[in-house]
Structure formats: structure tokens, C-alpha cells
Design a protein around this ligand. Sequence first.
Ligand SMILES: C[S@@+](CC[C@H](N)C(=O)[O-])C[C@H]1O[C@@H](n2cnc3c(N)ncnc32)[C@H](O)[C@@H]1O
Length: 216
Amino acid sequence: MKLVISIYRSSNLEYNNHMHKANGYEENAATFINNRARADNTTGTSSVRHWAKTLPADATVLDVGCGPGLPITNVLVDEGLNVYALDASPSLVQAFKQNFPHVPIACEALEDSSFFSRQFDAILAWGLLFLLPEEIQEVAIRKMADALQMGGKLLFTAPAQKARWEDVITLQESVSLGSEKYKELLTAVGLTVIEEFEDEGENHYYSAVKTTKNLA
Ligand SMILES: C[S@@+](CC[C@H](N)C(=O)[O-])C[C@H]1O[C@@H](n2cnc3c(N)ncnc32)[C@H](O)[C@@H]1O
């Protein structure tokens, strides 16, 4: 009896932890899949494809906060890259596994993840960073920089303006630290911003390359 209770408690705790760590996306996974994985929702795909084409043909790429993998991870797979994925929502990870049974995926929060205990030639974080609390965004940038090979590339989206707003899917607060702060944080961990641009959906991108070993 004791054993049953402790198993129930621990799985319940684990579930609550995932709900918390996915910043509202676990509770709203079905809504998000219906919206994002629709065939006509291609926002960001041409920008990600353009970036993917700048990578070596055999590059190993991590998609952080991949969601169901449609449409963004699909671009990386379609470009023939060696793709790994990570997401904190168990329901979205399950959907991803159905869409991409052969792509390794970890159901972990970025801030806790060991990133498959390996390094990557490139890391993508589409629509994720600004969902995280401010201090976790700093941790995230450092962790992604550490997981990149020298010369490796990082691409992430976050508004250029410093701002707070309500996420349309989760109704939780999102936070953009703004372009100046993101560039400061990237520089501090050995990344050089090579380009900032916007896509057809007015999503702002930071494209950076690892130029220095992070000694911090
Ligand atoms: C706006 S969605 C973007 C999904 C996907 N990149 C796309 O473009 O369709 C944000 C994703 O980040 C995931 N997420 C939220 N917090 C996370 C965290 N702390 N670590 C990893 N993934 C997280 C959510 O579960 C969700 O799949």
C-alpha cells in the first residue's frame, strides 16, 4: 500500500513539474497542435530553411522547444541534417514522436537538460526563449552556448523590443529582454551576433555564431 501511494505521489509530482516547466504548453498542447501543425501554418519555415542551408551538410542540430515538430523541425529533417529535439511538454513530445519516430527527442526542460550529453553544430530555439522567466532566459543562453562546438550557430526568436505580454495560447506572461540585452548576454557567453531579421509573421530572429570559449 505504501509503495502504491509513493508511486502515485511521485508521478503526480513529475506531472506537475512538467506542467510548470513547459510554461503552460502542456495544459494547452491540443490547442497548440491544432494551430501550429496545420498545413497552412508555415510561419518561420523559409527563415529556418535559409539558416539550415548555411550549415554543413552533415551538421548535428538541436531543436529546443520543438513542440510537435511541424512545421519547424520538419525543415531541418528535410534539409538532411542530423536532428535532435527537446521539449518540456510530455503531450507535445508524444505528438513529435508520432511525426518523427526516428528523431531522438528528450522530454526535458531546457534549463534542466543535459542536451543528450553532447555538443552540436547548431541549435535552434523557435518561439521559446521569451516564454521563460527572465533569469532562466540567461541560464538558457549560457547552456546553449556551452553546448555548441566552436564555430557552431545559434538561431532563436524573441522580439527586438523589451516587452511583457500575454501568450495567446497559454495566457501566461511572456518576457522579451530586448535586442540590446540579448546581444549583451550572447557576447558574454562567447557568441557573436551575425544577423537580426524578421519573418513574414513579424517574428524577430537572432542569428549568432560561437567565436569564443565561454570561460564564465
Ligand atoms: C511557442 S511553442 C514553439 C514550438 C515550436 N518551436 C514551433 O515553432 O512550432 C513553445 C514550445 O516550447 C516548449 N517549452 C516551454 N517551456 C519550455 C522549457 N522550459 N524547456 C523546453 N521546452 C519548453 C513548449 O512545450 C512548446 O512546445
